[in-house]
Design a protein around this ligand. Structure first.
Ligand SMILES: O=CC(=O)O
Length: 341
């Protein structure tokens, strides 16, 4: 009997036991390519023929590039599943995958705690002006000469844009700091998931929040959701934090809003063009900058790897995913129906 084949793009760094259960049952191939052109040529050479499922990390894009039409066209037709080891899957053209009946999974839930922890750190740091004080200390000036007093989170309105798993986890944490939670989402949540958070329209969220947290996924329709026009109606002195993806906000417009004082301070874990960071953010010590460390813990990395490994294992051995990205629920239903016939 032929063993299933998996293409590994990236590394398994921690969940070695879970991965061993995969390699016991399936053959794993890895590319030799060191850049995108070589990878596409390797695909076309037949090196990955017979592979049914891919396990990929976001970091693997440094070699293969994004999962776009060019990538998908080079893959052997045998590939039916792409299992992505991250929550955000903006590197993957899901519509192009759907058109080729390639199912995609990401890693939801496992990332919620660590990302919301980072989010809370950014909120506290930006509210309290910690980056300016910390920078002064490192310059040998203790607090510096004009360190502004910070603000307490208690009693402040936290506006969460995107109330998915991370947004709801953040809401729980922020409640413990005495913040009042409001949110905006495509759809209002069922009351049992709101836990007292108030649903408001997008404009109200911008106009009335003391702190705005961006927790929405990046896709073609959410790019630059926050730009010049949105900054213009925000409450003056607002604090803006982002742990989602840099490009949900127009970074140049944020720099202007910080320079004009409309935005008092910001906390950012993600950037539009990582690993580059806008000069206007680097020079501004009212901005707390973190190099995309939202999920960067041992515990969460193990959970994320195990989640993705379970998906790729089921894909390769049983021809199905445990979780599919929401945009492909119809595709999944169609494929399952086809299989029953
Ligand atoms: O940024 C981290 C993730 O998308 O998992």
């Amino acid at each position: 009997m032929t063993r299933p084949k998996i293409l590994l793009l990236g590394e398994i760094e921690h969940a070695h036991d879970a991965w061993k259960a995969v390699t016991d049952a399936a053959d794993v191939v890895e590319p030799k390519a060191t850049n995108r052109d070589e990878f596409l040529a390797e695909c076309k050479s037949g090196a990955f023929d017979g592979v049914s499922a891919i396990y990929r990390t976001g970091e693997s894009a440094a070699i293969t590039g994004n999962v776009d039409v060019g990538f998908l066209d080079a893959l052997p037709k045998s590939i039916k599943f792409i299992c992505h080891r991250a929550a955000g899957y903006d590197q993957i053209d899901v519509d192009a995958c759907t058109a080729r009946e390639i199912c995609v999974s990401n890693v939801p839930t496992a990332v919620n705690d660590a990302t919301a922890d980072t989010n809370m750190f950014l909120i506290l740091g930006a509210l309290r002006n910690f980056p300016a004080g910390m920078a002064a200390l490192r310059r040998g000036e203790w607090r510096g000469s004009d360190l502004a007093l910070g603000h307490d989170p208690r009693g402040k309105i936290l506006g969460i844009l995107g109330m998915g798993g991370i947004g709801r986890n953040l809401a729980d944490k922020a409640r413990a700091f005495g913040m009042q939670i409001r949110y905006h989402n495509r759809r209002k949540l069922d009351p049992e998931h709101e836990e007292g958070a108030e649903y408001v329209d997008f404009e109200t969220l911008l106009k009335e929040s003391d702190v705005l947290s961006l927790n929405l996924p990046l896709n073609p329709s959410t790019r630059h959701t926050i730009s010049k026009d949105q900054f213009a109606i925000m409450k003056p002195g607002i604090v803006v934090v982002n742990t989602a993806r840099g490009a949900v906000m127009d970074e140049a417009a944020l720099v202007e809003a910080l320079d004009s004082g409309r935005v008092a301070s910001a906390g950012l874990d993600v950037f539009e063009d990582e690993p580059k960071v806008h000069e206007g953010l680097l020079r501004n010590d009212r901005v707390l900058l973190v190099p995309h460390l939202g999920t960067y813990t041992i515990e969460t990395t193990i959970k994320m790897e195990a989640f993705c490994i379970n998906n790729v294992k089921k894909a390769a051995l049983e021809g199905a995913l445990i979780t599919i990205v929401p945009e492909q629920r119809d595709l999944e239903a169609r494929l399952l129906e086809g299989r029953d016939v």
